[in-house]
Design a protein around this ligand. Structure first.
Ligand SMILES: Nc1nc2c(c(=O)[nH]1)N[C@H]1C(S)=C(S)[C@@H](COP(=O)(O)O)O[C@H]1N2
Ligand SMILES: [Mo]
Length: 203
C-alpha cells in the first residue's frame, strides 16, 4: 500500500498536479478504478426507462433517446472516491440536471432527492446540491459512452460530493420532502459526503 501510494505521488509530481486540488486525505491517480457493491447489471436499451417521480408537478418516464433529447452539456470535473483516490479533469457529457428540473418542476416542499439505480442501489442528496451547474445525468466519459462497469447507459454525476453519490446504472430520481439515507449512507457513510470537509463517515 505504501509503495502504491508513493508511486502515485511520483506520478502526480510528474504530471505537475496542483496539490491544492486534492482534498484532504486523498491521493492522485491517473487510473479510473471500478467500484460497486454487487455485480455489473446487463442493460437492454430497448426496455430501459428513466423515471422522475415523487413531489413534482410533472412526473415522467422516458426512453434513453427521449432523455438525451432534453439537452446536452459537456464539462471537465474531478472525482473523489471515499476509498481515497482522486482523478482530475475528467471529460463528461450528459443531460444537465437543470434540464430535468425544468421539465418535472419539483414542488416547493421538496428538500431531498434520492437517486434510484439498478438492483436497488440508492443515494440521497439535498435538492440544493443537485441544483449546482455541474450536476448531470452522464452518458459519456472521456469521450466515449459509459462502459458497463462505469454505469452504462446512465449515471448521476455530482462532482461536489464523494463519488458514491454518483449512482451508476441510474434509473430514476425521486423528489421528497424527507431525507432517505441511501445504500452507503445506511452503512455509516456520511450523509453529506463533502470531500473538502472530509465527510467520510457519519456519527
Ligand atoms: N448503482 C451503483 N452506483 C454506484 C455504486 C454502486 O455500488 N452501485 N458505488 C458507488 C461508489 S462507492 C463509487 S466509488 C463509484 C465508483 O464509480 P466507478 O466504478 O465508475 O469508478 O460508483 C458509485 N456508484
Ligand atoms: Mo466509493
Amino acid at each position: 500500500m505504501a509503495l502504491f501510494r508513493s508511486s502515485e505521488d511520483r506520478k502526480a509530481r510528474k504530471a505537475g498536479v496542483d496539490e491544492s486540488r486534492i482534498p484532504p486525505g486523498q491521493y492522485y491517480t491517473d487510473k479510473w478504478p471500478v467500484l460497486q457493491a454487487g455485480s455489473v447489471p446487463r442493460v437492454d436499451l430497448a426496455t430501459w426507462d428513466f423515471r422522475a417521480f415523487g413531489l413534482v408537478r410533472q412526473p415522467i418516464r422516458l426512453s434513453f433517446d427521449d432523455l438525451v433529447a432534453l439537452g446536452a452539456q459537456e464539462q471537465t470535473s474531478d472525482i473523489h472516491c471515499v476509498t481515497r483516490w482522486t482523478k482530475l479533469d475528467m471529460p463528461w457529457k450528459g443531460v444537465p440536471m437543470k434540464a430535468l428540473l425544468d421539465v418535472v418542476q419539483p414542488l416547493d416542499s421538496v428538500r431531498f432527492v434520492i437517486a434510484h439505480a439498478e438492483q436497488g442501489y440508492t443515494a440521497n442528496l439535498p435538492i440544493e446540491v443537485i441544483r449546482d451547474d455541474d450536476v448531470m445525468l452522464a452518458y459519456e466519459a472521456e469521450g466515449r459512452p459509459l462502459t458497463p462497469e462505469h454505469g452504462f447507459p446512465l449515471r448521476l454525476l455530482v462532482p461536489s460530493r464523494y463519488f458514491w453519490k454518483s449512482a451508476k446504472w441510474l434509473r430514476g430520481i425521486e423528489f421528497s420532502d424527507t431525507d432517505k439515507p441511501g445504500f452507503w449512507e445506511g452503512y455509516g457513510y456520511h450523509n453529506e459526503a463533502d470531500p473538502w470537509r472530509e465527510e467520510r463517515y457519519g456519527f
